[in-house]
Design a protein around this ligand. Sequence first.
Ligand code: ASP
Length: 398
Amino acid sequence: MQEFSEFESLLCRPSSEKNLEFQRHGRLKHIIAASQLTPPLLDKLCRSAELIRRMNRHPDGNRRLRGLLAHKRAMLYFTQPSTRTFLSFMAACQILGIACNEVRDPKTSSEVKRESKMDSIRMFSSYFDVIIMRSQIADFAECCAYLMNDLERQERRSVPIINAGAGSDEHPTQALLDMYTIIRTFDFDENSDSRPSRLNALRQTYPGLTPGPSHKTYAFCGDIGRGRTVRSLATVLSQYEGVKLVFVSPQHEVLVMDDELRQRLKASGAEVHEFNSLDAELGGSSLLGQIDCLYMTRIQREHNSSDTEREISEIDLEPFRLSVERVGKLKQYTPIMHPFPRDCVVGEIPTEIDSDPRAMYFRQARNGMWARAALLVHLFDEADSLYFAYSDVNRSRV
Ligand code: ASP
């Protein structure tokens, strides 16, 4: 895109090189890609999310949280449809006292007067302290981060950029909340107040079930090729030890995993398997019976050309849909996740599954609010104040 041409040469560098520019003194400056979410950073963010979640239960904790970032303002610039990401960021801002404003339809901004996207972003940075953005243009958020870095070098006003969904490429804050959900689910510390009791009891039945995200089999089902949540979460999981990543998708070129992701995941040491049905076998026995965490996704029809739409509408999606029978083959603890929205016509997760204790998707969406609040606290370097407020509130409650 012409507007981004000055940043084009920066885009094709390895992520290890780019990520250095999105951090400052070991702390995130912008969040653009899931590869920035390393296991130690995730531990920190998930700990903060836990504190926020617990503090928010009580009026005095709630009040202290609202004072944490009451001097900040956020711009929610969402030019692609969103329900959960938009609302959970807004709720996260409200929890922390951050005032927010929004542009969701570029037709209501000066872009209709031929203002460039980059000028719009620079304007937002004049009025707000963080820009949370979603766009169908995959590289837009990354280019905005480079713009902010250039401004900082020129000693001009520069603010953090949060990528809240970039085309079919990346969705790092979804990976953050997904990891928070996984870490909470597999936390067996009785003192951590992380709802572990059901799983703790099941550890008798499954002695191989270890705490934490490592040494587990994760299965992703649906639109693997264009699901940005799949790309981002798989990238994060591949950093953990002994992880098996299984991808189940219809055999259509746009729906199967692309080779860049396949090679990257393998290079990170993860064991990668691909199948074209949930009923497949892995190593001679039922795949469903071996999964520790199941991540369902919808077919991303909005990316279809008319030819692709026709081809995909002819595919039988039954092998990629959950049923009571398929859920019955899962381990008794296996969380069923979905970034949502689910497709109510295809029904990849029928509503009859919702009452199963393994159905995690509504809690997962709620976790987005705590995880995104933790991210904002981290970006504004207020984690110490959060810990201080937490112990203060706890002390006064004893
Ligand atoms: N809400 C997720 C996203 O924004 C998943 C989806 O739309 O299917 O990518």
